[in-house]
Write a protein that binds this ligand. Structure first.
Ligand SMILES: CSCCC(=O)C(=O)O
Ligand SMILES: [Fe+2]
Length: 217
């Protein structure tokens, strides 16, 4: 199901966990069945407790939730799928968006070569010259993205999360307390994973991102 929802729907659906049931999202072409509500995404503004383990949730007190409409305005789109590799909606998204390449990465101390180095690299604030597309098959983790005021938003990605970060957005990734994430990586054509660490203000992908999504909300 597509989790991007309109601001109006977000207002109607009310508190997290009380979303409208049984609605049909007709906006997304063939991927239409399902429920688009605020309970589909769990995202929040991060605290600034730099001394606390990055794998902790880093919620503020009180929690400042971020809805799917806010993420969408940053160019971040996501779906909640089954978590199976042969998910029919996944195949439809791949077809619709031209994701010809796929592989699977398992982020855990036992499976990922140069684990410590990669974990550190994933958590350095960076951007890419293409979308970053991940589909969580097992385990979980957090993607953090910068909002328009340069605040960190933490997006919880449990199994089944399909998330697309747009080209040029500043972001980072961390495992959570489970210390394990198995994810499908998707790409259009030959993949380029190179992280371009901040600052990248004159990089054409950053300029393009700001032109498309940069205007203050
Ligand atoms: C959930 S996938 C692991 C992180 C990753 O591949 C990345 O940040 O590029
Ligand atoms: Fe990245």
């Amino acid at each position: 199901m597509k989790c991007g929802i309109t601001a109006a729907e977000t207002r109607k659906s009310g508190k997290e966990g009380e979303g409208r049931k049984g609605a049909t999202n007709t906006n997304m072409g063939k991927v239409v069945s399902g429920v688009a509500t605020s309970e589909d995404v769990s995202a929040w503004y991060m605290d600034e407790e730099h001394s606390v383990d990055q794998r902790q949730p880093h919620k503020t007190d009180p929690v400042q939730s971020v809805d799917a409409a806010t993420l969408e305005a940053l160019g971040v789109v996501h779906w909640k799928l089954s978590g199976n590799e042969d998910d029919a909606e996944l195949e439809q998204i791949r077809k619709d968006r031209g994701y010809s390449y796929k592989d699977v990465i398992t982020v855990s101390p036992d499976t990922l070569p140069a684990y410590e180095q990669k974990i550190k690299m994933f958590y350095e604030e960076h951007l890419h010259s293409d979308e970053e597309i991940r589909y969580l098959l097992e385990g979980s983790g957090y993607f953090d993205v910068r909002d328009k005021q340069d605040r960190w938003i933490r997006i919880a990605c449990p199994k089944g999360t399909m998330i697309i970060l747009p080209e040029g957005i500043y972001h980072r990734f961390t495992l959570d307390h489970t210390n394990y994430a198995k994810a499908m990586r998707l790409f259009i054509g030959e993949p380029v994973w190179t992280p371009l660490n901040r600052p990248q203000e004159s990089h054409e992908s950053r300029v393009k991102y700001l032109t498309t999504f940069g205007a203050a909300a």
